[in-house]
Design a binder for this molecule. Sequence first.
Ligand code: PMV
Ligand code: MG
Length: 340
Amino acid sequence: MTIGNREDNGKLVKVKTCGKLYIAGEYAVLISGHSAVVKNVNIYMEAKIKFSNNYKIYSDMYGYSVSLEKNEDYSLIQETVNIVNEYLYIKAIKTFPFELNIMGKMENNGKKYGIGSSGSVVILVIKAMIKLYKLKISKEEVFKLSSYILLKRGDNGSMGDLACITYESLIVYTSFDRGKVSTEIEKKSLGKIMDMDWGYSIEKLKCKEKYEFLVGWTKKPSISKDMINHVKKSINEKFLENSDRNVRELVKGIKTGNCKMIGNALDKGGKLLKNLDKSIYSNELEKLVKASDGLDIFSKSSGAGGGDCGIAVSFNKNDTEILIERWKKENIDLLYSSEL
Ligand code: PMV
Ligand code: MG
């Protein structure tokens, strides 16, 4: 097809995006220039898209479809479509309506897992539209475009979730000054913002040895936005220094496959968060972590805490079985496991 010309009108295009979980550096990464380690969780959201005479957007999250006419449930998806259309316009591409189907709620019985569904859906829509128009886009551009969308909506996160979901990999992410970029967004065009140097870094990590990464789901949803607003005031220089040192240790441990370093860093990271604010370790997360006592496994809360998921890294397969049994007794589901 010639770009922007709807010759292959009926052709269906498919894309998918993963979820994510924080392993270290939570809350510190909210302050620009500080870092976090974030792991891809390969539970996917999928989209099918094709050109159509009218916009028709459906998500299994809501069970009904909309056009681009403002709808509260669909506002994140609709805004993403509008901004990607603006991006296409900058690239001198004529846009057309389409039908978009989104599947994979990243939840169970109406309870979210807390593995980054809002970040994932934004990147899903970007990838779907880019593929529909047969364009190439760099990962850096996907990250900036998705961050632009969330910043415009007043999101108070570090964008580490978007970094991880964009790169579909274990990463170490150093955050940019979101206040500064947000101020620029008010004054400048999307094109100018995309061309700016934002001052973040994203590095893909690969663990040298094969260790097991496990995710326990507490089934108690927690709202990161509220947790951030509550905990942010407790972040001080000492915490930032300790957290960064710990992230560096973890990164080193991962790169060299040093289980002692990895275990220590997970342990320390958990304690740093516990001391930062008591709301981070809910009763369920306490139980999740306690279950690894005496095993060759290290576990901690993940992300904002207060519920959602905790993570563990196991250095012993037999111990993994014991941990999963213990979690079961505490009503914690093994949501996901993979290599670290
Ligand atoms: O709970 P999650 O997975 O949304 O993680 C939040 C991690 C924080 O550092 C507390 C906030 C952020 O956006 O980095
Ligand atoms: Mg969470």
